[in-house]
Design a protein around this ligand. Structure first.
Ligand SMILES: Cc1cc2nc3c(=O)[nH]c(=O)nc-3n(C[C@H](O)[C@H](O)[C@H](O)COP(=O)(O)OP(=O)(O)OC[C@H]3O[C@@H](n4cnc5c(N)ncnc54)[C@H](O)[C@@H]3O)c2cc1C
Length: 474
């Protein structure tokens, strides 16, 4: 329910935007809305899984279960096939395909990717264990002896075992305890090992896998699955971003301090009025300002698209975000995206409440400007610990006045003299927005605040389908 063209929403120059404001705002196309739903996608994935199982039965998988050794081998084959399927699915979930993003949102995709990743490691471990046990039982050999025989006799088994080791490294470094000590970049670099592991797995499957050896249909099917997966990654993670950046050639136009450790970065480029973009979305940004240019970070756009410049607002939380506070005008920028579904397409009700915590105000600031509505339809609750942490105050006040948006600044530490009661508990929320049960609610802030709010909103009668969330950390 975004207005069809953002650019026509307002021609007003707001607050700090004045510095690089266009003479007149231009229309911006909106990204395509895909008709495929999350349910359709799950159905496609399940059908694929069933088909893989059916192919295994077709080439005699079930006939093996007549003997104890054969039964172990059958379990080993099924866990191997499922583990491989999930490993490919892992990559597809992170391919940044627009219809996956639209159906689920990147944070839910990342959560699914995480759990499917752990399942993949266990299934592949089970595959190795059951296959070795099956052959050991059939041949009356010891587990250790059989492991050695299989490792040294069959092509690519040793390499696939090494690949499994890489999967374990990826899995262990993704556990919560490890994530707390391993920095994001190291964790991400280790994650790339999964591609190598999958390549080794493919060679193993090609040369010794029961599916490949005995069933031409399965061979074609599996090869197509691998090709499709890598094709999607190539299209959306490599070719798409290259085309976007060659076309628009983004550069930093201005860096404006918004508050303590927070800057707005304005970028310009060619044909920005042809870049489909929606308020509430984000890009992955790479600033070509030195040796760490390769490190990309997601940042939301913090004002409605206007066809002349794009703005994001960044809080200094780590090494890179501290560096971005001092970016030079003219610095080249590589963008990937836009991504994200904290946008008007999720809206189902006329009335909307936006709840921001800290720097989570950035996408909501853009939505405040862009969401269509009559005066009183849109309410912003903006939570900050201290007055100095409130950014965009002038802009929000101008928008509140001009568009009839209700803005409540909820500033102070919970339990302090300024804020003795929690303004975002059930009592506080219904005091601020009495009919909130009938609203769409957009949330962006610290995870802990959003988890608490999701529960409170549920208790107040707002169904999950009307709570729209963007997580800045996952
Ligand atoms: C969808 C989304 C939109 C965001 N929008 C904004 C915004 O508009 N303004 C803003 O200030 N911040 C935003 N963030 C958060 C911002 O991306 C991180 O603060 C930033 O990446 C930290 O980088 P750093 O190297 O300075 O800090 P680090 O110390 O390296 O990281 C601090 C934390 O940020 C997270 N992080 C770091 N790099 C990435 C990455 N590439 N992808 C995902 N998470 C990462 C990790 O959880 C890490 O623990 C957003 C995050 C997401 C996921």
């Amino acid at each position: 329910m975004d207005a069809r063209k953002h650019g026509s929403m307002s021609s007003t120059v707001l607050g700090s935007q004045a510095a690089v404001a266009p003479a007149a705002r231009r229309s911006v196309p909106l990204p395509r809305v895909w008709s495929i739903t999350g349910r359709d996608i799950v159905a496609i994935l399940v059908t694929n899984g069933v088909f893989i199982g059916a192919m295994w039965v077709r080439h005699g998988g079930l006939e093996q279960v007549a003997t104890p050794g054969g039964a172990w081998i059958a379990i080993g084959q099924v866990t191997g096939l499922l583990g491989t399927y999930l490993a490919l699915l892992q990559l597809v979930l992170m391919s940044r395909m627009p219809w996956l993003d639209q159906a689920f949102g990147m944070d839910r995709l990342a959560a699914a990717h995480r759990w499917i990743g752990f399942a993949t490691v266990w299934l592949i471990a089970a595959h190795g264990f059951f296959i070795v046990s099956g052959y050991a039982t059939s041949e009356g050999a010891s587990l250790v002896g059989e492991t050695w025989t299989i490792l040294t006799t069959f092509d690519f088994v040793a390499l696939a075992t090494f690949g499994f080791g890489l999967f374990v490294v990826v899995g262990v470094t993704s556990m919560r305890a490890a994530r707390r000590v391993v920095n994001y970049e190291t964790w991400f670099a280790l994650h790339l090992l999964a591609y190598l592991a999958i390549a080794f797995g493919f060679l193993h499957q090609l040369l010794v896998g029961a599916d490949f050896l005995h069933d031409p249909l399965a061979r074609i099917y599996w090869t197509s699955l691998y090709a499709l997966t890598f094709g999607l990654l190539l299209a959306y993670r490599v070719i798409g971003p290259i085309r976007l950046n060659l076309r628009h050639r983004f550069r930093v136009a201005r860096v404006v301090a918004e508050g303590e450790g927070v800057v707005s970065i304005y970028i310009t480029g060619r044909d920005l009025d042809r870049l489909p973009l929606r308020s509430g979305q984000y890009f992955v940004w790479r600033f070509l300002d030195g040796p760490r240019w390769w490190s990309g970070h997601p940042f939301s756009i913090s004002s409605a698209p206007n066809g002349a410049w794009i703005r994001t607002t960044v809080k200094a939380l780590g090494d890179d975000t501290r560096r971005y506070q001092r970016l030079a005008v003219g610095t080249r920028v590589l963008l990937e995206g836009p991504y994200g579904v904290l946008t008007g397409i999720r809206r189902t009700r006329r009335r909307v409440t936006l709840i921001a915590g800290g720097i989570g105000v950035t996408p909501l600031r853009a939505l405040v400007e862009a969401l269509p509505g009559r005066p009183g339809d849109v309410t912003l609750l903006y939570r900050a610990r201290q007055p100095k942490h409130v950014i965009f105050r002038n802009e929000l006040d101008v928008l509140a006045e001009r568009r009839g948006i209700k803005v409540h600044y909820l500033v102070g530490r919970r339990g302090s003299v300024d804020l003795p009661d929690d303004p975002l508990d059930a009592f506080g929320l219904t005091g601020l927005v009495p009919d909130i049960a009938d609203h769409d609610v957009y949330l962006c802030g610290p995870n802990e605040m959003m988890d608490r709010l999701t529960e409170t909103l549920g208790n107040l009668g707002v169904p999950g389908s009307r709570i729209h969330v963007e997580r800045f950390a996952y």
